[in-house]
Design a protein around this ligand. Structure first.
Ligand code: IDP
Ligand code: MG
Length: 150
């Protein structure tokens, strides 16, 4: 089982796409082990995107992510990192495949609707940045688990 941090970004929340985005991950079989709405502060935004600190788009990226509330989710499932990134689609929405979240709802890289962790290690780090242990229901026995996980 892998864990990943998903962020329904401010543009998606503003556009009323929160439910649609949650639905896609839920339908895929991923188990929600944490979820909340919050407005990210600058310190947390800069920590989350620290790897991009030297990039020219960093300041704009931080402004974007703190501009309105987001919904953050910790998801658990088989190959959760690869599976969720496939569901999210390519970073540039204009190039993202139809049927992906970005390919269905986005056009521009700076308004690409959703974040998903890019490795198991970063998933654990990012989940810890956004959730306390008490806020997570890790490993809860979902009744359909046997029909999703082999
Ligand atoms: P990812 O979200 O697909 O993993 P990353 O390369 O990790 O993409 O970039 C993180 C986020 O930074 C992107 O989702 C996007 O919001 C923003 N971003 C990346 N590259 C650019 C850019 O060239 N211009 C503006 N924003 C960018
Ligand atoms: Mg990334």
């Amino acid at each position: 089982m892998e864990r990943t941090l998903i962020i329904v970004k401010p543009d998606a929340v503003q556009r009323g796409l929160t439910g649609e985005i949650i639905k896609r991950f839920e339908q895929r079989g991923l188990k929600i082990i944490g979820m909340k709405l919050l407005q990210v502060n600058k310190e947390l935004a800069e920590k989350h995107y620290d790897v991009h600190r030297e990039r020219p788009f960093f300041a704009g990226l931080v402004d974007y992510i703190i501009s309105a509330p987001v919904v953050v989710m910790a998801l658990e499932g088989t190959d959760a990192i690869v599976a969720t990134r496939a569901t999210i689609g390519a970073t540039k929405p204009a190039e993202a495949a139809a049927g992906t979240i970005r390919g269905d709802y986005g056009l521009e890289i700076g308004r690409n609707l959703v974040h998903g962790s890019d490795s198991v290690e970063n998933g654990e780090i990012e989940i810890a940045n956004f959730f306390t242990e008490a806020e997570l229901c890790g490993g809860w026995p979902r009744d359909v688990d046997g029909w999703v996980f082999e």
